[in-house]
Structures are given as structure tokens and as C-alpha cells.
Design a protein. Structure first.
Length: 145
């Protein structure tokens, strides 16, 4: 009877942990975006070269945002045109960054397909979610204090 009770408690704990993880993921995507900063094309020149050579939209986005050092990362890609996309919008949301002032960041990347079959980066925007300061509950256009 004791062994059976342990398994029930363990099972309940696993189910609860899974439910909490799912809630955290969905709530991260729902965090308010108070503003975003437009990033100059000079900041992602290597990603632009990859795009013009026909790199995949996800690879282009990851080249823009750089390596990930944190707890959670979400990548969302929405294509215009399903079989042969003519445009693609990618959102990268990161949380739990290994930084004492920045908790997370959000990137919005817009790509357009060229006549030659490659991609061009039409817009890149970035926002930060701070650990301290006036706005810790939303992504903002200015760097964290």
C-alpha cells in the first residue's frame, strides 16, 4: 500500500510539473510588448549574406539573434504562401537569460523572397524584458538598466 501511494504521489507531481511548464511557455508568448527598437542592417550583415545565398528563414533568424544562453527559447515562423512562401515573419522569444539585468528578449524578423530565389531581410526589431526597473512585466524598446 505504501509503495502504491508513492507512485500516485510521484505521478501527480509529474503531471503538475508538466502542466506548469506548459503554462510558463504559453504565458511567455503573451507578455506585453510595450515597444521595439529597429536594428540597423549593418548589425546583421552576415545574416544578410546567408539570406541572399538562399539560406532557410530559420537559419537566417538564428544568425541574426546569435547564440542562446538561457532557459527558454521560442521560435515562431509564419509564412505567406504555404508551398512556395513569398515572405516569412519570424519571432524569437527568449527568457531566463544568464544576465543580471536582462531577463529576456524578443526579436521580430521580416523576410521577403527575391526573384533569384534567395531571401532579403526587410526588417529586424528587438525588445528587452528587464529583471529590474519600472517595466519588468513587458518587453521594452530600451536596454535594461
Amino acid at each position: 500500500m505504501v509503495r502504491q501511494t508513492r507512485w500516485i504521489v510521484l505521478s501527480a507531481a509529474l503531471i503538475a510539473a508538466t502542466g506548469l511548464a506548459a503554462d510558463r511557455r504559453s504565458s511567455l508568448l503573451d507578455v506585453k510588448v510595450a515597444g521595439m527598437q529597429r536594428i540597423a542592417a549593418t548589425e546583421y550583415a552576415e545574416a544578410s549574406a546567408l539570406a541572399s545565398r538562399g539560406g532557410a528563414p530559420l537559419a537566417i533568424a538564428l544568425a541574426i539573434v546569435g547564440p542562446f544562453e538561457g532557459v527558454t527559447q521560442h521560435l515562431i515562423q509564419v509564412n505567406q504562401g504555404s508551398e512556395a512562401p513569398t515572405a516569412s515573419r519570424l519571432t524569437v522569444v527568449r527568457d531566463g537569460l544568464l544576465d543580471d539585468s536582462v531577463r529576456g528578449e524578443r526579436w521580430e524578423i521580416a523576410l521577403e523572397k527575391t526573384a533569384a530565389g534567395g531571401w532579403t531581410i526587410s526588417e529586424v526589431k528587438r525588445a528587452w524584458r528587464c529583471r529590474r526597473g519600472a517595466q519588468t512585466d513587458s518587453f521594452v524598446a530600451s536596454r535594461c538598466p
